[in-house]
Design a protein around this ligand. Sequence first.
Ligand SMILES: Cc1ncc(COP(=O)(O)O)c(C=O)c1O
Length: 774
Amino acid sequence: MHVENQNSIAPQPTAEELIALCEQAYGLRGTVGRLPGENLNFLLQGDDGQSYVLKLAGEDLPAAVIELEHRMIEHLISSGIDISLPRIHLNRSGQLETEFRDGDGHSHRARLLEYVGGTPWCEAGPPSTGLLRDLGRILAEIDLALADLDLPPAHREHRWALASAGVHRAKIELIDDPGRQALAEKMFHLYAAYAPRLAEVPHSLIHSDANDENVLVANDRVVGLLDFADSLYNPTICELAVALAYAMLDHPEPLQAGAEIVAGYHAIRPVAQDELEVLFPLVVGRLCTTVAVAAERRSIDPDHPNWYVTEARAWDLLERFAAIDPTDAAAELASAIDSKPGMESGAGIPDLLRSRRMHVGSSLSIAYEQPLKIVRGSGQYLYDHRGRPYLDLVNNVCHVGHCHPHVVAAGQHQMERLNTNTRYLYDGLAEYAGRLAATLPDPLEVCFFVNSGSEANELALRLAETYTGRHDWLVIDGAYHGNTSRLVGLSPYKFMGPGGKGHPEPWVHVVPMPDGYRGIHKGQDRSTGEAYGDEVGRVIAGLDVPVAGFLAESLLGCGGQIVPPPGYFQRAFEHVRTAGGLCVIDEVQVGFGRAGTHCWAFEAQGVIPDIVVMGKPIGNGHPLAAVVTTRPIAEAFANGMEYFSTFGGNPVSCAIGMAVLDVIEEEQLQNHALELGGHFLAGLKTLKEKHELIGEARGMGLFLGLELVRDRETLEPAAEDAAELVERMKARGVLLSTDGPLHNVIKIKPPMVLNRDDVDMVLRALNDEMSKLP
Ligand SMILES: Cc1ncc(COP(=O)(O)O)c(C=O)c1O
């Protein structure tokens, strides 16, 4: 890990050298003493009766940033701010900084500041309500005054920038205590899940460091603010969040105290609803930064005097905040103002369950032992009614991220103009069909649009049956293809599962799952793939009826996240085509770049199907699905009987489908799936080395699986452990599910906007929870 250089271990000049500097550069005589704190600050008691602060710049502090501080302070003073600020005195040459060399030959940059009087907040005793409000007021006045000041050096990355506190997350590994590590993990997760929303709130130049040493107090008022070194362009609300984080430390009622500061701030610069919603996670983010940076610093120098002043108090506050729901925290912080966070919670879970039982068919299952009520989705996150975030590793439907703004806008825009059906001409249908067909290899070029994967598979069956004049089908064991009567009949996952008939219907012929881990042929090489392909030929040879086709997923989802070994589809297709059948590939779960190497997972096997079925991710959650086939097959289907789907391919669906394609292209999600999926799978394989429970870590791109076994020799499935692990990960804010015929495979198929921090967090959490499994 990269450990940053800290300026406080920089070389120090002697007092005599500094006294000489003050005289030469500023014409001031006096005495010099080091001031407490992290930075190299010295108090100059001038013979003129005035006090000054001589500040040495860290090596890495660019001159442009000093200029930034200067311009900010001058701007605030000229705007009439009624507290003292550390104004810079120019040297005799009229410059902000003075460069000099100490006796040891080290060069330094010094600047002389006006001394700002007052007692630091942390030494001023318990704050009154008036003082809390005054802090809010001052910060709001500063933010308002700075709102019209946009200085280029302020657009910078900074170690303490609250909007990018996520950069410190990896330092969790440096925290010694496992309990504290888990606490930091949980609280960083809260911060990270809300941080993307910062893109929606106003940004401006802020001081960004109103900590309890920098805020100076006298006579129950805030009288000064120090240290503009962290100033930068950031979400304006971060100003308030930083101040809250420090003012709440040690306070017996931190959120109540925070509410007073918020009220003081709000009276001057009203806090908008979306700012209120991110405020608590931001406070948490600053506390997390404090403990993470402390852990990092300990790895450099565990005894450094100034580095750990806030750490213990930050841990205490994080501990308290961990027990509070984000919705409650947001409400409490807003309790003294008229604006409220818009975090709706609605009906409680028991009420919802009751009415669901009354009016909704009970064949629908509900995930998790304690059901989740989800009120919002964004990117790779879902949020429950208490504001708790969950990293979603389950929903491959919301492919480009939950509620992606481009997709939402495209749907809204089209809904406002027109929604009709395919019996009229409109631009969207032909354009979308062309764009979709362009993603596929020739001769796949004719599209049909429907509303669900099941409907699409049904249509694929009809296309193949009309073309071949046959009605028998080959299907892979363990597969699921849809919820209609025929597709349940073609889904061993269903007809062999609970409530199923327990055997295939006479028109259904099941071929073995090409599972190189526990199937009849072992291995991931080409010969295994071909051996499984020959199983398809073997089944065909045993039939006394001709087959219409072979329906197969390109990666087996319900079968347990299985990647067929190379050569499987080539060999299987040869057998099917020799027998006069069509090859139909179901890409409903895995299409649209998830596999990483290709847009369509079948392409990785070097085959071209006759019909491709797509669904789930195609509309990012909007009910849309499609079948794409060759012209001869499509023409054979146009036999006089019209094919019409009322909603299929309507203008709104086409607009949404196109927006999904836009995002995949613009955000380069296929390549992202390749790179991130590779990192994820490598991490899962490392976990396998540590945990006997993992029999196999497998997958492609962002379609991954962990098969859990009790014994690596016998492959006894560990279904209970898999279920337990899913529950434990949910408690840590990560959503997973189990699947596979033996229910022992942890499925991973997240929205494709998952990022590396998310993956690293999941790997740490899986490692931790697997270590704790009984
Ligand atoms: C591989 C596969 N095909 C088809 C379907 C059916 O899609 P839908 O639920 O949209 O009808 C599913 C749904 O889970 C699926 O996973």
